[in-house]
Design a protein around this ligand. Structure first.
Ligand code: GUN
Length: 285
Protein backbone atom coordinates (compact mmCIF):
# COMPACT_ATOMS: atom_id res chain seq x y z
CA UNK A 1 0.00 0.00 0.00
CA UNK A 2 1.54 3.21 -1.16
CA UNK A 3 1.50 6.74 0.23
CA UNK A 4 -0.06 9.12 -2.31
CA UNK A 5 2.20 12.02 -3.30
CA UNK A 6 -0.36 14.80 -3.31
CA UNK A 7 0.84 17.27 -5.93
CA UNK A 8 -2.44 19.12 -5.91
CA UNK A 9 -2.13 20.02 -2.22
CA UNK A 10 1.55 20.95 -2.39
CA UNK A 11 0.97 23.01 -5.55
CA UNK A 12 -1.83 24.91 -3.79
CA UNK A 13 0.54 25.73 -0.89
CA UNK A 14 3.27 26.90 -3.27
CA UNK A 15 0.80 29.00 -5.25
CA UNK A 16 -0.53 30.67 -2.09
CA UNK A 17 3.03 31.51 -1.03
CA UNK A 18 3.88 32.88 -4.49
CA UNK A 19 0.76 35.06 -4.40
CA UNK A 20 2.01 36.69 -1.17
CA UNK A 21 5.48 37.19 -2.62
CA UNK A 22 4.03 38.71 -5.80
CA UNK A 23 2.04 41.21 -3.76
CA UNK A 24 5.08 42.37 -1.80
CA UNK A 25 7.26 42.44 -4.94
CA UNK A 26 4.75 44.62 -6.78
CA UNK A 27 4.89 47.05 -3.84
CA UNK A 28 8.69 46.92 -3.87
CA UNK A 29 9.32 47.23 -7.63
CA UNK A 30 6.19 49.07 -8.76
CA UNK A 31 5.67 46.68 -11.72
CA UNK A 32 3.52 43.57 -12.09
CA UNK A 33 5.28 40.38 -13.20
CA UNK A 34 4.20 39.48 -16.73
CA UNK A 35 4.40 36.12 -18.50
CA UNK A 36 3.78 35.87 -22.24
CA UNK A 37 2.86 32.45 -23.64
CA UNK A 38 3.07 31.82 -27.39
CA UNK A 39 0.59 29.19 -28.52
CA UNK A 40 0.72 28.04 -32.14
CA UNK A 41 -2.18 26.23 -33.78
CA UNK A 42 -5.20 24.62 -32.16
CA UNK A 43 -3.99 21.39 -30.55
CA UNK A 44 -6.61 20.73 -27.81
CA UNK A 45 -4.07 19.43 -25.24
CA UNK A 46 -1.83 22.50 -25.66
CA UNK A 47 -4.84 24.79 -25.44
CA UNK A 48 -5.91 23.15 -22.21
CA UNK A 49 -2.38 23.38 -20.69
CA UNK A 50 -2.14 27.04 -21.66
CA UNK A 51 -5.53 27.79 -20.10
CA UNK A 52 -4.30 26.17 -16.88
CA UNK A 53 -1.14 28.29 -16.91
CA UNK A 54 -3.14 31.46 -17.61
CA UNK A 55 -5.55 30.80 -14.74
CA UNK A 56 -2.77 30.04 -12.30
CA UNK A 57 -0.97 33.28 -13.22
CA UNK A 58 -4.08 35.37 -12.72
CA UNK A 59 -4.80 33.80 -9.32
CA UNK A 60 -1.20 34.46 -8.24
CA UNK A 61 -1.39 38.12 -9.29
CA UNK A 62 0.92 37.57 -12.26
CA UNK A 63 -0.14 39.21 -15.50
CA UNK A 64 -0.51 36.72 -18.31
CA UNK A 65 -0.77 37.26 -22.06
CA UNK A 66 -1.38 34.45 -24.52
CA UNK A 67 -0.36 35.15 -28.11
CA UNK A 68 -2.42 32.75 -30.23
CA UNK A 69 -0.71 32.30 -33.58
CA UNK A 70 -1.82 30.45 -36.69
CA UNK A 71 -0.52 26.97 -37.52
CA UNK A 72 0.89 28.52 -40.71
CA UNK A 73 2.99 31.25 -39.06
CA UNK A 74 6.46 31.55 -40.60
CA UNK A 75 9.63 31.09 -38.61
CA UNK A 76 10.67 34.64 -39.47
CA UNK A 77 7.42 36.06 -38.06
CA UNK A 78 7.82 34.01 -34.90
CA UNK A 79 11.42 35.17 -34.43
CA UNK A 80 10.23 38.76 -34.80
CA UNK A 81 7.63 38.23 -32.06
CA UNK A 82 10.32 36.85 -29.77
CA UNK A 83 12.66 39.77 -30.53
CA UNK A 84 9.87 42.17 -29.64
CA UNK A 85 9.14 40.38 -26.35
CA UNK A 86 12.85 40.21 -25.50
CA UNK A 87 13.11 43.97 -25.93
CA UNK A 88 9.93 44.78 -23.97
CA UNK A 89 10.82 45.79 -20.38
CA UNK A 90 7.20 45.06 -19.37
CA UNK A 91 7.63 41.34 -20.20
CA UNK A 92 9.50 39.19 -17.67
CA UNK A 93 8.85 35.65 -18.90
CA UNK A 94 8.45 34.09 -22.36
CA UNK A 95 7.10 30.57 -22.88
CA UNK A 96 6.76 28.89 -26.28
CA UNK A 97 4.18 26.14 -25.82
CA UNK A 98 5.45 22.87 -27.31
CA UNK A 99 5.03 21.02 -29.57
CA UNK A 100 5.16 23.46 -32.48
CA UNK A 101 4.50 22.66 -36.17
CA UNK A 102 7.20 20.48 -37.75
CA UNK A 103 8.16 23.02 -40.41
CA UNK A 104 9.41 25.36 -37.67
CA UNK A 105 12.83 24.76 -36.13
CA UNK A 106 12.08 24.61 -32.39
CA UNK A 107 15.75 24.74 -31.36
CA UNK A 108 16.39 27.88 -33.38
CA UNK A 109 13.28 29.60 -32.04
CA UNK A 110 13.91 28.67 -28.40
CA UNK A 111 17.54 29.86 -28.72
CA UNK A 112 16.21 33.29 -29.63
CA UNK A 113 14.46 33.70 -26.24
CA UNK A 114 16.43 36.01 -23.92
CA UNK A 115 17.97 33.69 -21.31
CA UNK A 116 16.81 36.09 -18.58
CA UNK A 117 13.17 35.54 -19.63
CA UNK A 118 13.46 31.77 -20.20
CA UNK A 119 10.88 30.53 -17.64
CA UNK A 120 11.00 27.00 -19.12
CA UNK A 121 14.77 26.61 -18.81
CA UNK A 122 14.94 25.42 -22.43
CA UNK A 123 17.49 27.87 -23.89
CA UNK A 124 20.96 26.43 -24.61
CA UNK A 125 22.46 28.49 -21.77
CA UNK A 126 20.05 27.05 -19.20
CA UNK A 127 20.35 23.51 -20.58
CA UNK A 128 24.14 23.75 -20.33
CA UNK A 129 23.91 25.14 -16.79
CA UNK A 130 21.75 22.22 -15.63
CA UNK A 131 23.87 19.60 -17.39
CA UNK A 132 26.96 21.20 -15.86
CA UNK A 133 25.44 21.26 -12.36
CA UNK A 134 25.48 25.09 -12.32
CA UNK A 135 22.69 27.49 -11.25
CA UNK A 136 20.10 28.40 -13.90
CA UNK A 137 16.43 28.11 -14.70
CA UNK A 138 15.25 24.51 -14.24
CA UNK A 139 12.44 23.10 -16.42
CA UNK A 140 9.12 23.17 -14.57
CA UNK A 141 8.11 19.49 -14.63
CA UNK A 142 11.34 17.96 -13.30
CA UNK A 143 11.58 20.82 -10.80
CA UNK A 144 8.04 19.96 -9.66
CA UNK A 145 9.04 16.32 -9.18
CA UNK A 146 12.01 17.34 -7.02
CA UNK A 147 9.80 19.60 -4.89
CA UNK A 148 7.32 16.75 -4.39
CA UNK A 149 10.06 14.30 -3.33
CA UNK A 150 11.48 16.93 -0.95
CA UNK A 151 8.05 17.54 0.61
CA UNK A 152 7.70 13.85 1.45
CA UNK A 153 11.33 13.68 2.72
CA UNK A 154 12.37 11.24 0.00
CA UNK A 155 16.16 11.57 -0.32
CA UNK A 156 17.99 11.09 -3.60
CA UNK A 157 21.57 10.42 -2.47
CA UNK A 158 22.69 6.86 -3.19
CA UNK A 159 19.32 5.88 -4.66
CA UNK A 160 18.98 4.24 -8.05
CA UNK A 161 16.85 6.71 -9.99
CA UNK A 162 15.48 5.28 -13.23
CA UNK A 163 13.94 7.70 -15.71
CA UNK A 164 11.86 6.29 -18.56
CA UNK A 165 11.80 8.84 -21.40
CA UNK A 166 14.63 11.02 -22.71
CA UNK A 167 12.84 14.19 -23.80
CA UNK A 168 14.55 17.55 -23.35
CA UNK A 169 11.45 18.73 -21.41
CA UNK A 170 11.36 16.02 -18.75
CA UNK A 171 13.62 12.94 -19.08
CA UNK A 172 17.02 14.55 -19.55
CA UNK A 173 16.64 17.43 -17.07
CA UNK A 174 15.16 14.97 -14.54
CA UNK A 175 18.25 12.78 -14.85
CA UNK A 176 20.58 15.77 -14.38
CA UNK A 177 18.71 16.87 -11.25
CA UNK A 178 18.98 13.39 -9.74
CA UNK A 179 22.67 13.27 -10.60
CA UNK A 180 23.23 16.67 -8.99
CA UNK A 181 21.71 15.28 -5.77
CA UNK A 182 24.02 12.24 -5.88
CA UNK A 183 21.54 9.73 -7.24
CA UNK A 184 22.71 6.85 -9.42
CA UNK A 185 20.88 7.47 -12.66
CA UNK A 186 19.71 5.29 -15.53
CA UNK A 187 17.78 6.71 -18.50
CA UNK A 188 15.59 4.28 -20.47
CA UNK A 189 13.86 4.98 -23.79
CA UNK A 190 12.02 3.38 -26.68
CA UNK A 191 15.10 1.41 -27.81
CA UNK A 192 15.93 0.04 -24.35
CA UNK A 193 15.92 -3.76 -24.33
CA UNK A 194 14.17 -5.58 -21.49
CA UNK A 195 12.76 -2.44 -19.84
CA UNK A 196 11.23 -4.28 -16.83
CA UNK A 197 14.61 -5.73 -15.79
CA UNK A 198 15.96 -2.16 -15.49
CA UNK A 199 12.94 -0.39 -14.01
CA UNK A 200 12.71 -3.17 -11.38
CA UNK A 201 16.07 -1.93 -10.04
CA UNK A 202 14.68 1.54 -9.39
CA UNK A 203 14.40 2.97 -5.89
CA UNK A 204 12.84 6.00 -7.57
CA UNK A 205 11.11 5.44 -10.92
CA UNK A 206 10.04 8.41 -13.05
CA UNK A 207 7.99 7.67 -16.15
CA UNK A 208 7.54 10.34 -18.85
CA UNK A 209 6.60 8.61 -22.07
CA UNK A 210 2.93 9.32 -22.86
CA UNK A 211 1.82 5.68 -23.21
CA UNK A 212 -1.09 5.14 -20.88
CA UNK A 213 -0.73 2.21 -18.46
CA UNK A 214 2.63 1.03 -19.85
CA UNK A 215 4.19 0.55 -16.41
CA UNK A 216 2.69 -2.47 -14.65
CA UNK A 217 3.56 -4.63 -11.62
CA UNK A 218 6.34 -6.38 -13.59
CA UNK A 219 8.23 -3.06 -13.89
CA UNK A 220 8.28 -2.10 -10.20
CA UNK A 221 10.13 -3.51 -7.20
CA UNK A 222 8.58 -3.64 -3.76
CA UNK A 223 8.94 -0.36 -1.90
CA UNK A 224 9.83 1.78 -4.92
CA UNK A 225 8.79 5.44 -5.26
CA UNK A 226 6.83 5.78 -8.51
CA UNK A 227 6.41 9.15 -10.23
CA UNK A 228 4.03 9.28 -13.18
CA UNK A 229 4.56 12.24 -15.51
CA UNK A 230 2.34 10.88 -18.29
CA UNK A 231 -0.88 12.66 -19.17
CA UNK A 232 -3.05 11.12 -21.89
CA UNK A 233 -6.70 11.73 -22.58
CA UNK A 234 -8.72 8.60 -23.31
CA UNK A 235 -12.49 8.87 -23.71
CA UNK A 236 -12.45 12.16 -21.80
CA UNK A 237 -10.54 10.57 -18.95
CA UNK A 238 -6.98 11.58 -17.97
CA UNK A 239 -4.64 8.57 -17.75
CA UNK A 240 -1.01 8.31 -16.67
CA UNK A 241 1.81 6.08 -17.94
CA UNK A 242 1.51 3.90 -14.83
CA UNK A 243 -1.18 1.28 -14.34
CA UNK A 244 -2.04 2.77 -10.96
CA UNK A 245 -4.17 -0.08 -9.60
CA UNK A 246 -1.51 -2.68 -10.46
CA UNK A 247 1.42 -0.70 -9.01
CA UNK A 248 -0.20 0.88 -5.94
CA UNK A 249 0.08 -2.28 -3.75
CA UNK A 250 3.84 -2.56 -4.49
CA UNK A 251 5.04 1.04 -4.29
CA UNK A 252 6.04 2.88 -1.10
CA UNK A 253 4.91 6.19 -2.65
CA UNK A 254 3.09 6.96 -5.89
CA UNK A 255 1.73 10.04 -7.69
CA UNK A 256 -1.90 9.98 -8.79
CA UNK A 257 -2.91 11.14 -12.28
CA UNK A 258 -4.48 13.66 -12.25
CA UNK A 259 -3.39 15.46 -9.07
CA UNK A 260 0.28 14.44 -8.93
CA UNK A 261 2.95 15.97 -11.14
CA UNK A 262 0.63 18.08 -13.36
CA UNK A 263 -0.27 20.72 -10.75
CA UNK A 264 3.38 20.88 -9.64
CA UNK A 265 4.47 21.84 -13.18
CA UNK A 266 2.19 24.86 -13.09
CA UNK A 267 3.26 25.87 -9.57
CA UNK A 268 6.90 25.70 -10.66
CA UNK A 269 6.16 27.79 -13.76
CA UNK A 270 4.87 30.54 -11.43
CA UNK A 271 8.00 30.14 -9.31
CA UNK A 272 10.26 30.45 -12.37
CA UNK A 273 8.33 33.46 -13.65
CA UNK A 274 8.73 35.21 -10.31
CA UNK A 275 12.44 34.35 -10.32
CA UNK A 276 12.97 35.84 -13.81
CA UNK A 277 10.98 38.94 -12.87
CA UNK A 278 12.97 39.51 -9.68
CA UNK A 279 16.30 39.14 -11.42
CA UNK A 280 15.27 41.57 -14.14
CA UNK A 281 13.95 44.10 -11.63
CA UNK A 282 16.99 43.80 -9.40
CA UNK A 283 19.30 44.29 -12.36
CA UNK A 284 17.50 47.56 -13.09
CA UNK A 285 15.35 46.54 -16.07
N1 GUN B 1 4.56 21.14 -23.59
C1 GUN B 1 4.46 20.14 -22.68
N2 GUN B 1 5.14 20.47 -21.55
C2 GUN B 1 5.65 21.69 -21.75
C3 GUN B 1 6.43 22.56 -20.94
O1 GUN B 1 6.80 22.27 -19.79
N3 GUN B 1 6.77 23.75 -21.50
C4 GUN B 1 6.41 24.07 -22.77
N4 GUN B 1 6.79 25.25 -23.23
N5 GUN B 1 5.67 23.31 -23.53
C5 GUN B 1 5.30 22.12 -23.03
Amino acid sequence: MAVLLDGKALAADIRAEIRLQVQSDIARFGTTPHLVVILIGDDPASQSYVRGKENACLKAGIRSTVLRESQTISEEALLQIIDRLNADPGVHGILLQLPIPRNLNADRIISRIDVRKDVDGFTPENVAALAGGKPGMVPCTPLGVMRLLEKYSIGIQGKHCVVVGRSPIVGKPMAWLFLKDNGTVTICHSKTTDLPSITRQADILVVAVGQPGMITEEHVKNGAVVIDVGISKINDEIRGDVDFDAVFPLASHITPVPGGVGPMTIACLLENTLKCYRRLMESGR
